[in-house]
Design a protein around this ligand. Sequence first.
Ligand code: SAM
Length: 271
Amino acid sequence: MADDLPENAPAGIDPTTPTFARVYDYFLGGKDNFAADREVADMVMQLVPEAPVVAQGNRVAIERAVTYMARDLGIDQFVDIGSGLPTASNVHQFARAANPDARVVYVDNDPIVLAHGRALLTETGVATFIQGDLYEPRKIFTDPALTALLDLSRPVGVVLAAIIHHVPDERDPAGVVRALHEFLAPGSHVVLTHLHDAGDDPRVEEAKRVLQSGLGGSYFRHSSEIERFMEGLTILEPGVAHVTEWRPAGPTGPLEHPLHTQMVAVLGRKD
Ligand SMILES: C[S@@+](CC[C@H](N)C(=O)[O-])C[C@H]1O[C@@H](n2cnc3c(N)ncnc32)[C@H](O)[C@@H]1O
């Protein structure tokens, strides 16, 4: 609703049209969303009240992946594409808890993320935010703010969390991921999380339809398709796995909820 929009809001924010970043923020219990976003999210939650646990499971998978890359693989620089609105814990907090020297560049194309990200995700010499589009990787990786913070001749950890499921088949999700490879030094890693078509919960079918009609552009895919998006990378154990099972030795406790089969994670290395 327009009355939700603060007077000093940056240009480009349309409160009446739901966006992925704001609906997702609402699922995570955030406050940077408008009535139009809550309407879509509430419709989904009427069908699947536990829907937010999918988003929460996704955040845990990101924490596990980033911690693993920073602590076990020695990666100290990250690019988080489709970062979303700042949440309680963000990639630079996960990374720096494991490696105090880690630096992070956040990228998103939603102007509301730019507004809040600049305020909350920016710390000189540690983290910065750039407005950028996944479909224009050269612009992202040549952005002066990115090249000032990261050394692209060294391995980078790329986080593609809950973004590739917004890429329709017509836009060639595998090609979109592959296009990033040329900017990555050998030893770089890519973690991808994706809505998963587990096909075992009829309520989810209905929720998918609501998401699709209210927001458009969210695609649940089978794990074999998601694996294909990692072509050209060496997939690390345990492969494409539910967030419940992915890196279970990670820093947080196990995730038990059955809906965690609706989100999978996979980590790959550029050799
Ligand atoms: C569901 S949220 C995921 C946020 C966060 N990565 C996470 O997993 O917790 C998807 C994010 O991707 C962003 N996004 C979608 N398409 C994009 C594109 N083409 N380029 C950059 N960001 C995009 C949205 O604005 C949104 O913030």
